[in-house]
Ligand binder design. Structure first.
Ligand code: PEP
Length: 255
């Protein structure tokens, strides 16, 4: 395993939290705390907060992401936002296929693939989420499911485009629940994702892809999770809304 060849990326996912004014305040609090990070620091924020976030992060090492994008560049898709629009607003990353979108908004493996390709075509880095439910885990389908979701998301994504893909392994049972996967479970899940990439693109390519773990990562457990060979960073929900906690996770990834 060659963990050192991969970029460590800590990305916050703010979900449906914070107004533009609160965004400015939180990013201003975070900037001095994460300025010495030896990893990439990304904040994925609600659409309405993007402008405030880009302005607040200007000149710092924090990059801004969105939480979703549509797969068409424009058209009659009321309520949606295209990848091109995000790029025009200064966005660099976008979360695709978060389990909350799969669960509440009808996101499927097919739409995840379409959105991933649209994001890559527009020049964004896609943070693609995959993960099993507790029921799927208990039935013994974790490996099959993670490999399937990963390959589906990457259908028709070239090896060149894959350079702008991060996969976040997020067990659904660990998201927002306070129940974290053990470091071994996180490493195993991330390993299945990497194995799927190896099957599709070859082992050498798979070694270069950043695979994050997400699911109740916090200031206390980040060190152990991030020390695992297959865990190249984190997608952080709740703890990314607290400057101090988020910065502890960033520091853990910088070791
Ligand atoms: C997430 O939203 O991707 C997430 C992992 O949330 P939390 O850290 O709150 O479990």
């Amino acid at each position: 395993m060659k963990k050192e060849v991969r970029s460590a990326v800590i990305a916050g996912n703010w979900k449906m939290n914070k107004t533009p004014a609160e965004t400015t305040q939180l990013i201003n609090e975070m900037k001095p705390l994460v300025k010495d990070a030896d990893c990439k620091v990304v904040l994925c924020v609600p659409f309405v907060d993007i402008d405030a976030a880009v302005k607040a992060a200007e000149g710092s090492n924090i990059e801004i992401g969105a939480e979703n994008c549509h797969f068409k560049s424009s058209g009659a898709y009321t309520g949606e936002v295209s990848a091109e629009m995000l790029v025009a607003c200064g966005v660099k990353y976008v979360v695709i296929g978060h389990s909350e979108r799969r669960q509440y908004f009808g996101e499927t493996d097919q739409t995840v693939n379409l959105r991933t390709k649209a994001a890559l075509d527009a020049g964004l880095t896609a943070i693609v989420c995959v993960g099993e439910t507790l029921e799927q885990r208990e039935l013994g389908y974790t490996e099959t499911l993670l490999k399937f979701q990963t390959k589906m998301a990457l259908t028709n994504v070239s090896a060149e485009q894959l350079k702008n893909v991060i996969i976040a392994y997020e067990p659904v049972w660990a998201i927002g629940t306070g129940v974290t996967a053990t470091a071994e479970q996180a490493d195993e899940g991330n390993g299945y994702v990497r194995a799927a990439i190896a099957e599709a693109y070859g082992a050498d390519v798979a070694e270069t892809v950043t695979v994050q773990y997400g699911g109740s990562m916090n200031a206390k457990n980040a060190d152990e999770l991030l020390s695992m060979v297959n865990v190249d960073g984190g997608l952080i929900g709740g703890a990314s809304l607290k400057a101090e906690d988020f910065s502890v996770i960033v520091k853990a990834a910088s070791k």
